[in-house]
Ligand binder design. Structure first.
Ligand SMILES: [Fe+2]
Ligand SMILES: [Fe+2]
Length: 341
C-alpha cells in the first residue's frame, strides 16, 4: 500500500504498526535493580572540563615523557573513541526491541559516560602534545616518532572493526551483545582503578577515579541484564558468546596487555617501541603497570568473567596466553567481533 494513500476516513482505528517500530509508547519496568544504577549515574555525572586541569603543568615533563604519556592516551582512544557510537547503536537497539524503560535509560547513561571518557582522552592528548590529533602531530623526539608509527598502526587495525559491529548489532540479540560489553567493562574497570591508585598527576588521578566508577556501573548494568536473560539463552547464542569472548580477549589485549600477533597486523618493532614508551611514562609518575602486573590483572578479569558465564552453563574459551583453559577457538577475525570498551 502506498504510504501517501489516506485511510483514516475508511476505518475507525488504524491498522497495527509494523514491528519492530523504533519507538515504544510504553514505560514498563520490571528489572528494578537497574533503577538504582540509573539513579547513581545521575548522581555521579561529571564533567571532564571541570577536572583540576589548572594544576596540570605539562612543562615539568620532558618531551619524551609527554609524547609517551600521550601515546598511552592514544592507545586508550583507539578503544574509547569508538565507544560512543558503539553504545549509541546499542541504545537505538533498546528502542527497536522495546526494552524496558529503565534499560533504555541505562544504555543512555552508558553512551553519555563513554562520550565523557572520549573527551578526557582528547583533553589529555591535546594538553600533552599541544596539538589535538596524535596522528597529524609532528613528533619532537625519536621515541615520539616511533610511538606515532605505532599509533598509526593501531588506528589502522581498529578501523577494521566498525563494519563488523554494524552488521552484528541487528544480527544478534542484546543478550549476546551483553557478553561482549561485559568483557569491555571488566577490562576497563580493572585498568582505571589501578591507574587512579598509582598515578601522580592530580588531574589524571581524578579522571581515572571517575571513569573507573562509571565502568563499575556499566558492569552492573550488563550483569543485571545477564541475570535476567541468560537463564533462557539458546544453545546457538552460547556458542557465539564463547567465540566473542575469545575475540574480545584478543582485541582488548592491545590496551590491557600487549596486542597478540595472530590478530593484530603490526610491524615487528611495535612491542619494543611501546615498552620503551612505557618506561618514559613510568619515570614521569604515569603508572602504566609492568608486563607481569598487566598479565596478572588481565587474567583476574578473565577468571571473573569465566565465573559469571559458568553460572549460565556457557563455555569459556581457552586463553593460553594467561594460562586459562577452556574451549579451543581458532578462527577469530576482526571482521566478525563485537567487543567494546
Ligand atoms: Fe569507557
Ligand atoms: Fe564502559
Amino acid at each position: 500500500m502506498a504510504s501517501k494513500e489516506k485511510i483514516a476516513h475508511t476505518m475507525e482505528f488504524p491498522p497495527p504498526t509494523p514491528q519492530p517500530n523504533v519507538y515504544p509508547l510504553s514505560w514498563e519496568n520490571k528489572t528494578n535493580k537497574l533503577q538504582e544504577v540509573w539513579e547513581a549515574s545521575q548522581r555521579e555525572y561529571w564533567d571532564p572540563e571541570k577536572l583540576p586541569w589548572d594544576t596540570f603543568n605539562v612543562e615539568k615533563y620532558t618531551w619524551e615523557q609527554r609524547e609517551s604519556i600521550a601515546y598511552w592516551w592514544t592507545i586508550l582512544s583507539v578503544f574509547d573513541a569508538s565507544a560512543p557510537p558503539v553504545f549509541a547503536a546499542a541504545f537505538i537497539k533498546t528502542y527497536e526491541v522495546h526494552e524496558e524503560d529503565v534499560v533504555r535509560r541505562c544504555f543512555f547513561s552508558v553512551t553519555r559516560d563513554e562520550q565523557n571518557h572520549e573527551q578526557m582522552c582528547g583533553m589529555a592528548i591535546t594538553k600533552l602534545l599541544e596539538h589535538p590529533d596524535p596522528l597529524t602531530y609532528v613528533p619532537k623526539t625519536d621515541i615520539g616518532l616511533r610511538l606515532q608509527k605505532n599509533a598509526k598502526w593501531l588506528y589502522y587495525n581498529g578501523g577494521r572493526y566498525w563494519d563488523g559491529f554494524k552488521t552484528a548489532v541487528p544480527k544478534y540479540s542484546l543478550a549476546v551483545l551483553f557478553s561482549s560489553f561485559l568483557m569491555g567493562e571488566m577490562a576497563a574497570a580493572t585498568i582505571f582503578h589501578q591507574m587512579a591508585a598509582s598515578c601522580n598527576e592530580l588531574v589524571f588521578k581524578e579522571g581515572f577515579a571517575k571513569i573507573g566508577k562509571d565502568e563499575g556501573r556499566h558492569m552492573a548494568i550488563v550483569l543485571t541484564l545477564m541475570e535476567r536473560d541468560y537463564p533462557a539463552l539458546a544453545q546457538e547464542d552460547k556458542e557465539v558468546i564463547t567465540k566473542q569472548i575469545r575475540a574480545g580477549y584478543l582485541f582488548l589485549s592491545a590496551v590491557l596487555f600487549e596486542p597478540p600477533e595472530e590478530f593484530w597486523d603490526l610491524p615487528s618493532d611495535f612491542i619494543a617501541n611501546q615498552r620503551e614508551g612505557e618506561k618514559f611514562a613510568r619515570e614521569a609518575g604515569f603508572a602504566i603497570p609492568e608486563y607481569e602486573t598487566k598479565k596478572e590483572n588481565w587474567k583476574k578479569a578473565m577468571l571473573n568473567l569465566k565465573g559469571v558465564l559458568a553460572k549460565y552453563n556457557t563455555d569459556f574459551p581457552a586463553i593460553p596466553e594467561v594460562g586459562i583453559t577452556g574451549k579451543e577457538i581458532s578462527d577469530v577475525d576482526l571482521d566478525d567481533i563485537i567487543p567494546v570498551f
